[in-house]
Design a protein around this ligand. Sequence first.
Ligand code: NAP
Length: 262
Amino acid sequence: MKNARTFVVTGASGGIGGAIAEAVAARGHRLVLAGRDGTRLAALASRLPASADPVWVASDLATADGRAALVTACTDAGGAGGLINAAGVGCFAAFERMDDDRIDAVVTANLTATMQLTRALLPQLLACGSADLVNIGSTFGSLAFPGHAAYSASKFGLYGFSEALRREFADRGLCVHHIAPRATDTALNSAAVNALNDAMGNHSDTPAVVAQAVLAALDAGRGGRHFLGWPEKLFARLNLACPALVDKALAGKLALIRRHLP
Ligand SMILES: NC(=O)c1ccc[n+]([C@@H]2O[C@H](COP(=O)([O-])OP(=O)(O)OC[C@H]3O[C@@H](n4cnc5c(N)ncnc54)[C@H](OP(=O)(O)O)[C@@H]3O)[C@@H](O)[C@H]2O)c1
């Protein structure tokens, strides 16, 4: 990994973002922690080594003011040399029963706000000369799943964002990493999602597994895409190459999935 820098971690009050913050801090980097729950951010900051010199910002990144507060904190911290976008919301719901506000909230939290924050922090990242951008996607960002239409759409969008930015900034000193976890044990998953995963025999990772994948991507020193978990990584790639095969496999699971839909 490159020299010690200031990493911004969004979603740091959550399971995956919190684990990533701890792992990045253990490598000697400084941290700006972002989330909405200030109590959880303060508790995380108090657990980090002094070398992390943690600053935390409790704000809603779906708002322009919330993003501006985070950008200002990064400027005050001397500039961001890394951005890890781990903020996000889950959504397991029958699409026909969703209203416009819920669709909007999922796409805004998982995609639009992430793009807007990234753009706002780009001048700081590019000024660093050798920065990393990590987007936390999902298996469902390359394997769209029944009951997850809005979530899958947002994560497919995030995957496209990662791919385009990596190519657009390939000669500007910005490494873009896309990490796509499978099911992970955090508060994001509702009881219905956990019950469906159990019924389908889907394994769930700890947040530490995702954090280690982030460190490995940073260590590799080049941008790329990383799908986590077996067989999820196979199906994610299969869906990109031969989607009709996955249509058929999931058609056979539809009745089971419908039984778990809230
Ligand atoms: N858990 C899984 O099974 C799984 C699998 C694949 C991918 N992922 C992805 O991993 C990422 C982290 O999720 P997680 O599992 O760690 O979930 P989590 O524990 O629920 O954490 C979600 C985090 O996102 C923050 N957040 C959500 N909306 C926000 C907003 N409008 N403004 C600011 N912060 C906001 C939350 O902040 P507050 O709590 O402070 O409000 C929290 O810190 C998400 O992008 C998720 O899609 C998760």
